[in-house]
Ligand binder design. Structure first.
Ligand SMILES: CC(C)(COP(=O)(O)OP(=O)(O)OC[C@H]1O[C@@H](n2cnc3c(N)ncnc32)[C@H](O)[C@@H]1OP(=O)(O)O)[C@@H](O)C(=O)NCCC(=O)NCCS
Length: 190
């Protein structure tokens, strides 16, 4: 694969984004162990809907191969990396209950340094630049104030509450449903 194909892919989309402190890149099969290491932690998995505990390398291999080759920006996830530590988390898109949905997480050692705000801004800009979507959906479990703070900074608004099953907690949890319009995002970063 040429460097051009690696970075831009056959469809011409840029699959790598550089921010001041981060490189967001396409995941690779070689990332499987690092994903498992960071996700096998209740502090991370307990805030996500679909991550079982324990979370093993084999669990990673169930979803990673498709992410290494998809050309659909609505089903794409970026590995979040730093020059010092390599892979530290993930931010990605999938077709959710209402439409395109963003999800993200960082390994616990990397919290509280503004990394996710930086990564999510870059990923959402990429998403709106490369799709015709006008609304992006998301949300947080009701106790996740750090994640909600990120979303509100970027223009997401609360649209309601629902119950979502959290696999790591093995029960339904109240979920704050949110959405972001293209216009509100552009205003938030202007
Ligand atoms: C939630 C998570 C993504 C945050 O990442 P992060 O890099 O620490 O976030 P940032 O530092 O960019 O921003 C966090 C913001 O929340 C604020 N915050 C943190 N704890 C807070 C709290 N208890 N109440 C209100 N705001 C809070 C911070 O002050 C910051 O806002 P600021 O930049 O205006 O000061 C990270 O903790 C994580 O991955 N957690 C586990 C998985 C997860 O929760 N994923 C999201 C699921 S919806």
């Amino acid at each position: 694969m040429s460097a051009l194909e690696r970075d831009f892919g056959p469809s011409g989309l840029p699959w790598t984004i550089e921010t001041p402190r981060l490189v967001l890149r396409r995941p690779e099969l070689a990332d499987a162990e690092r994903y498992a290491q960071l996700l096998n932690n209740f502090a991370v998995a307990g805030n996500l809907a679909r991550v079982p505990l324990p979370f093993t390398v084999d669990d990673t291999r169930e979803w990673l191969p498709e992410k290494t080759r998809t050309l659909n920006p609505r089903e794409f996830g970026f590995a979040i990396t730093t020059p010092q530590d390599g892979l530290i988390g993930n931010v990605g898109f999938h077709e959710g209950r209402f439409g395109p949905d963003i999800g993200y997480w960082l390994g616990e050692p990397y919290w509280g340094q503004g990394y996710m705000t930086e990564a999510v801004i870059a990923a959402i800009k990429w998403f709106f630049d490369n799709t015709d979507a006008d609304i992006l959906y998301s949300g947080v479990f009701h106790f996740n104030m750090a994640s909600l703070a990120i979303q509100f900074k970027l223009g997401f608004v609360e649209t309601g509450r629902s119950q979502i099953f959290c696999v790591a907690r093995d029960r339904e949890i109240e979920h704050i449903d949110t959405e972001l319009s293209r216009e509100d995002f552009e205003a938030s970063i202007a």
